[in-house]
Design a protein. Structure first.
Length: 408
């Protein structure tokens, strides 16, 4: 039983993903069993309506506090390797024990939203071929996670995982000291709300490791949605990322007990295919941090520009919960863009089995002259052996000039 976050989810699912890559494990096949049970509460105060010029709704029309007790089951079967070919099939289903919430599909609009629909579905079904040296070719419905999941991710925080009907070629060039190239094509998105979104999306991600100094990444993503309901999500994005931080524990060691963290990233995005507007916007992401004696302190800023409706820098396929506050206020970029200035403090206890994290965010529009609000986030995780994790988190968004006060 666990209450999951993106970090904890990554830890829990990485073992089976390792089994699926380059024969590290699982040559003789494997069975996956993943049960995740959690309670989630969402309380919104002073909810406003655009139809009332931003004025608060009457008390009788404020959404009721949402309470969701859900249990998600994943069952997977990995085949043995045969002449370099391997296959994987996975079922996932969500069962609501307490369903007093708006899943966006269950019609319970009187409650605040928790996007965990009750479904039974095929989560993954793919074949891979590893007969080409240093290369894995995988086709079918699969999980794709690139870099920090900002642009292409599985939305691991939600109970139902986002997967892709796609072909992905991963090449690890051992002659060029850690060059990894991911090239692929996505034809359909099976979203975390269990909807299917038709898309024509080539993608390219090139990662070159710089030894102890991290890695430099160049990427291009062309998202061309073919369903009119999602035309506004169409975009093409190019970017560069220099970072030595991908997961907790990463750092450039200065001494045995002192390390440095850094990230510098820039991206440019513009309209593509069926976009309803013509636009070109930028994203900036910088972070600096120190780690010493199991304590990590980071200061960072992420800015996504915008100049109006459907003219903002967006990340429709990203694991957006992990960015710009766990209260999920900014899953979609505001029309005036967003600048998030934040600090993170993390420590581990009990030989690393306990992790404590606190984050403070201050949100503005992209020019800094409109203060949206601020947010406090807290998380505690405890691992029990290799297979069990207990997690609790709390997020409080204090609204100023955007959205409404929210606790999760």
């Amino acid at each position: 039983m666990s209450f999951m976050s993106p970090v904890a989810m990554a830890d829990m699912t990485q073992d089976i993903e390792d089994a699926l890559n380059f024969y590290h494990y699982g040559k003789n096949g494997a069975v996956k069993f993943d049960l995740n049970t959690r309670f989630e509460d969402v309380n919104q105060d002073n909810v406003r309506s655009p139809a009332l010029n931003g004025k608060a709704l009457a008390a009788s029309k404020q959404p009721a506090t949402a309470n969701a007790v859900t249990s998600r089951l994943r069952l997977g079967l990995l085949s043995p390797v045969y002449h370099g070919i391997q296959g994987y099939a996975e079922y996932q289903g969500l069962y609501a024990i307490d369903a007093d919430y708006n899943s966006s599909l269950n019609g319970k609009s009187q409650y605040s939203t928790i996007k965990d629909p009750y479904v039974n579905e095929l989560g993954q079904l793919w074949l891979s071929y590893a007969g080409v040296p240093d290369t894995l070719i995988k086709g079918g419905r699969q999980r794709i996670k690139l870099d920090d999941d900002r642009f292409i991710g599985n939305v691991g925080w939600r109970q139902i995982e986002q997967t892709y009907d796609s072909v992905l070629i991963t090449h690890n060039n051992q002659q060029l000291f850690g060059l990894t190239v991911n090239a692929g094509y996505i034809g359909n998105v099976k979203s975390f709300t269990s909807t299917n979104q038709s898309i024509n999306a080539p993608l390219l991600n090139v990662n070159y490791k710089l030894g102890d100094y991290g890695s430099i990444v160049g990427y291009g993503y062309w998202l061309g949605y073919t369903d009119p309901a999602y035309y506004a999500n169409s975009n093409k994005t190019f970017g560069l990322r220099l970072s030595n931080y991908q997961k907790p524990g990463d750092a450039l060691k200065l001494t045995d007990n002192l390390g440095v963290l850094y990230t510098a990233e820039w991206g440019i995005q513009s309209d593509y295919m069926n976009s309803p507007q013509h636009y070109t916007e930028n994203r900036f992401n910088v972070m600096g941090g120190l780690t010493a004696f199991n304590i990590t302190l980071q200061g960072a800023m992420e800015q996504k520009d915008g100049i109006g409706k459907n003219k903002t820098f967006i990340t429709p396929l990203g694991t957006n919960h992990a960015f710009q506050g766990w209260a999920d206020i900014f899953l979609v970029t505001p029309d005036n863009g967003i600048r998030d200035v934040f600090g993170t403090l993390t420590t581990t206890l009990d030989r690393g089995s306990v992790a404590l994290t606190g984050v403070y965010h201050d949100f503005y529009n992209d020019t800094g002259n409109i203060h949206y609000g601020n947010e406090w986030d807290f998380m505690a995780t405890k691992k029990f052996g290799k297979h069990y994790t207990l997690l609790t988190s709390y997020a409080y968004y204090n609204a100023d000039h955007f959205d409404t006060d929210t606790q999760k």
